[in-house]
Design a protein around this ligand. Structure first.
Ligand code: PEP
Ligand code: MG
Length: 539
């Protein structure tokens, strides 16, 4: 048995097989080869492996997304059997005596250019596919694994680090736990793990090596421990503890349908944070009063193109309808910093957390903002939707947003498209916003305090930096003062104030927040009933 330690993101115990995700960068360069026939044989072997990968992907997709969507892998397989493509690669290896990686890449690019120039829409669409299959063969030639999670059984993922995009792209039903060597407890990957109710460790002192792949392991989120090949006694103890945690959670279910009220009669709303449409299920089963933070940017992650207005409309509509009239607060796109999508074409930055992100992108790339706002407003006809805007620092920004919102509403009205009454609010997650919250409160209908970023910016500590975790103190008096100031400013103008950062789930502060007069706490669905229990025992 080997024992490792990390920082726990969620209390809970997972037992299962390890799935090691190694990320290796491509390193090949063009070079001449000695024996062309050997190189052709090497290419053929890689091609066969690529075909068997595609067969597996086809089966996986068939199960998960149906035949129509799985077809793409069949098309890719056919392309890898196309004689013109294969001959072009082999000819290049034989005539120029170049390595297979180079021959495949160049041929892929040539075929892609040829497809792009075609009249027929279907053929033009093959331009990216041929690049895709060529990339697959090159990866196999280099001996690199396919990125992502490809397992039939639920597993414990062991990785160097995971970005939110990578996490979003995985099939969540196949994840028992995450353990990463890097990463901080305040990152969005950690937040995702919490919202999925998956025990996870970050910053773990374990080496990420293929040797661990398939081995049995235990992730103990209570003590922050990873056991690899646990002995029989540890397994037995942890199984018992796991059962106890499950029993405790079952007991909490008795609180479903009960009020969030203290013994001395103080009430507070308990809402849920979510990022994916599928999360609504957990929001409902945990009896949240509404959705206090729908991180809409997750709809933009783990994909290659912008989600269309229609796609977003369908997502927001489904959430609003399923919530059956309960409030759904959609936070507009907060992309940037650790939440990246290549197709945005964002330049690398020296200080991404202080950079071009969130509302700054929306206010300067109006086409992106327009698509999202139209989708949200259209969906508002199907439930109770509010919108909140992230990373606000000034009254001027809110006025610009409101002008644009009016434009969108006028556009929809002129088209005869229905939309509902939508409350507008902002996140208070910069010290600037907290300090001018008195003025901001006159402009909007609610405030939601984002303590993750508010802590980062108030203390000047990068929330992503694992080395700084001991200094990242959300209980710092400066943070608590800004929270209190925001609540007072909001109430003075008669608007409600909530917290949707991770601090909302910290039950050592629940009483303090109640004393401050806070109106709402928005937390991962997992924490709703625990907090209800806490609240009902106060006073
Ligand atoms: C926050 O900053 O507290 C917040 C809720 O937003 P995010 O964690 O998505 O940045
Ligand atoms: Mg934030």
């Amino acid at each position: 048995m080997e024992t490792f330690h990390g920082k726990s993101v969620l209390q809970g115990i997972a037992i299962g097989s390890l799935y090691v995700m190694e990320k290796k960068e491509s390193t090949w360069t063009k070079h001449t080869i000695e024996n062309a026939e050997d190189e052709v044989a090497r290419f053929q072997k890689a091609r066969e492996k690529a075909i068997s990968e595609l067969d597996e992907l086809y089966e996986e997709a068939l199960d998960q997304v149906g035949e129509e969507n799985a077809m793409i892998f069949d098309v890719h397989k056919m392309m890898l059997e196309d004689m013109d493509y294969l001959e072009a690669i082999e000819n290049l290896i034989r005539t120029e005596k170049v390595n297979a990686e180079y021959a495949v890449t160049v041929t892929g690019e040539e075929f892609s250019a040829m497809f792009s120039a075609m009249e027929d829409d279907y053929m033009r669409a093959r331009a990216t596919d041929v690049l895709d299959i060529s990339g697959r063969v090159v990866r196999v030639l280099e001996g690199r694994e396919e990125p992502g999670l490809h397992s039939k059984e639920p597993v414990i993922i062991l990785a160097d680090d995971l970005t939110p995009s990578e996490t979003i792209a995985m099939d969540k039903t196949k994840i028992l736990a995450f353990v990463t060597k890097h990463g901080s407890a305040n990152s969005h990957t950690a937040i995702l793990a919490r919202s999925l109710n998956i025990p996870s460790l970050v910053n773990a002192d374990v080496e990420i090596t293929k040797e661990y792949h398939g081995m049995e392991a235990i992730v103990d989120g209570v003590t922050g421990t990873l056991f690899i090949s646990p002995d029989a006694q540890t397994l037995e103890t942890k199984r018992k503890e796991q059962a106890e945690i499950r029993e405790k959670n079952e007991k909490l279910k008795l609180l479903i349908g009960q009020e969030n009220i203290t013994k001395d009669g103080r009430r507070i709303n308990l809402y849920a944070n979510m990022g994916n449409v599928e999360d609504v299920e957990k929001v409902l089963t945990n009896d949240a009063g509404g959705i206090g933070l729908f991180r809409s940017e997750f709809l933009y992650l783990g994909r290659d193109t912008f989600p269309s207005e229609e796609e977003q409309f369908e997502a927001y509509k489904e959430v609003a309808s399923r919530m059956g009239g309960k409030k759904v607060i959609i936070r507009t796109l907060d992309i940037g910093a650790d939440k990246k999508a290549d197709y945005f074409g964002l330049d690398p930055e020296e200080n991404p957390a202080l950079g071009y992100r969130a509302i700054r992108i929306c206010l300067t790339r109006k086409e992106v903002f327009r698509t999202q706002l139209r989708a949200i407003y259209r969906a508002s006809a199907f439930g109770t939707i509010s919108i909140m805007f992230p990373m606000i620092i000034s009254v001027e920004e809110i006025r610009r947003i409101k002008d644009f919102v009016e434009e969108i509403k006028a556009e929809l009205k002129a088209e005869g498209t229905a939309f509902g009454d939508v409350e507008l609010g902002i996140m208070i997650e910069t010290p600037a916003a907290a300090l001018v919250s008195g003025e901001l409160a006159k402009e909007v209908q609610f405030f939601s305090i984002g303590t993750n970023d508010l802590t980062q910016y108030t203390l000047a500590i990068d929330r992503q930096n694992q080395k700084l975790e001991e200094f990242y103190d959300s209980h710092h008096p400066a943070v608590l003062k800004l929270i209190e100031m925001t609540i007072q400013s909001g109430h003075k103008e008669g608007i409600w104030v909530g917290i949707c950062g991770e601090l909302a789930a910290d039950d050592t502060l629940t009483e303090t927040f109640l004393d401050m007069g806070l109106d709402e706490l928005s937390v991962s669905p997992t924490y709703i009933l625990r907090l209800r229990d806490r609240i009902r025992n106060i006073g």
